[in-house]
Design a protein around this ligand. Structure first.
Ligand SMILES: *Cc1c(COP(=O)(O)O)cnc(C)c1O
Length: 370
């Protein structure tokens, strides 16, 4: 008997998700200390959480008790922050868990997930896990969403394959562009559930559309503490759902996520809006400064971004080699071995001194002119 053959066939053949390389593995590989590494590869918040979150964690006296499965205190804090009633909010161990709940709640064999690559890899990963038919509508060259092409796909899917979920990252990862409200409106008119992933919305000049779930019955909005609040390591994210949908997600959700530590940190982070504002201000201003400096090099095309990262198309040289060259200097950026992105690198916005080190190294790595 070969037990491996008993693994569900769609999972046996599935490609694993490529996560980032952990710190300790990298420091060992490069022979450097943590402090010597400039980590600009995962869009983490370089300033970390509010001191209030750290204090709250240090003083936590309930770590031996299971978390509240209703997440009441956390959801109340989020409700106050986003201005949407608590009944619409469900939290998970990161937005990643909420994406998984959405996939499991909606998809049955034959259902299709529409994805708009290049974008966040988790949507395809989830489609693979739940054995959805995976349909792509590539973004245009400027990464904008091709609404007409989505309409065509919805109108012409073969019978037996029903498009149900459409994932839109807004701002999009890896480039940082926004979906226009007019386009969102058109997407919401389609017979689909539109999952609007606002992981980076706080860094943009545009408002969140979380409030729209109250009027639009087919909209789900995702938000996270990972990027805005500097809490990627404790895993707290949430979805804002139409009320008749959210009850079904509660039924299938594991009861004890986010964990107590994550919940305490997230609540404390929201109690310090001045800190959040100040961190956003610094990151946005550094994004603009870094964009100008990178453009001035003359061999990087920097895409406009409303998020905490910049996508750069690399001219006259190999993007993967550039990523590896930076890594040798302890500077980590993201390279994607994916169609449409093989000549690109994505650089998260760090502290000003990290930008300066990045730029100095890029100048050092400049090709010798003949
Ligand atoms: C980072 C990221 C997330 C992940 O959020 P978590 O809450 O850390 O799971 C979700 N969506 C996008 C587009 C991201 O880039």
């Amino acid at each position: 008997m070969n037990v491996e053959e008993m693994i569900a066939p769609h999972l046996r053949d599935m490609q694993p998700y490529t996560p980032i390389v952990p710190f300790d593995v990298l420091t060992k590989r490069l022979g450097v200390t943590r402090a010597q590494i400039v980590k600009l590869d995962a869009n983490e918040n370089p300033y970390g959480p509010s001191p209030r979150a750290l204090q709250a964690l240090a003083g936590a006296d309930v770590l031996h008790i299971y978390p509240d499965p209703d997440q009441t205190t956390l959801r109340e804090a989020i409700s106050g922050f986003i201005g949407v009633p608590i009944e619409h909010i469900l939290c998970g161990a990161g937005v990643d868990e909420v994406i998984d709940l959405i996939g499991r709640a909606f998809i049955q064999p034959g259902d299709a997930v529409i994805d708009l690559p290049p974008t966040f890899g988790m949507y395809k990963f989830e489609a693979d896990i739940v054995n959805a038919t995976y349909v792509t509508v590539p973004r245009r060259a400027d990464f904008s969403v091709d609404v007409e092409a989505i309409k065509q796909v919805v109108a012409h899917q073969p019978s037996g394959s029903r498009p149900k979920l459409l994932f839109v990252a807004n701002p999009n990862n890896p480039d940082g562009c926004m979906l226009a409200d007019r386009d969102l409106d058109e997407l919401l008119d389609l017979p689909l559930v539109v999952v609007l992933d606002e992981a980076y919305i706080d860094f943009s000049a545009y408002p969140s559309r979380a409030g729209w779930v109250r009027e639009r019955g087919n909209l789900i909005v995702l938000r996270t503490f990972s990027k805005l609040a500097g809490l990627a390591g404790v895993r707290v994210g949430y979805g804002v759902f139409p009320q008749n949908v959210i009850q079904h997600l509660w039924k299938i959700k594991q009861p004890y996520t986010p964990n107590v530590a994550g919940s305490i940190a997230a609540i404390a982070a929201l109690s310090d809006p001045e800190y959040l504002q100040e961190v956003v201000r610094r990151i946005v201003s550094e994004r603009e400064r870094m964009g100008e400096l990178l453009s001035e090099l003359g061999w990087l095309h920097v895409y406009p971004s409303q998020a905490n990262f910049l996508l750069c198309r690399v001219r006259d040289r190999d993007a993967r080699q550039l990523k590896l060259g930076l890594e040798q200097h302890g500077i980590l950026v993201r390279y994607f071995d994916r169609d449409g992105l093989r000549d690109c690198i994505r650089i998260s916005v760090g502290r000003p001194e990290e930008t300066d080190r990045l730029l100095a190294t890029l100048r050092e790595l400049e090709p010798v002119k003949e």
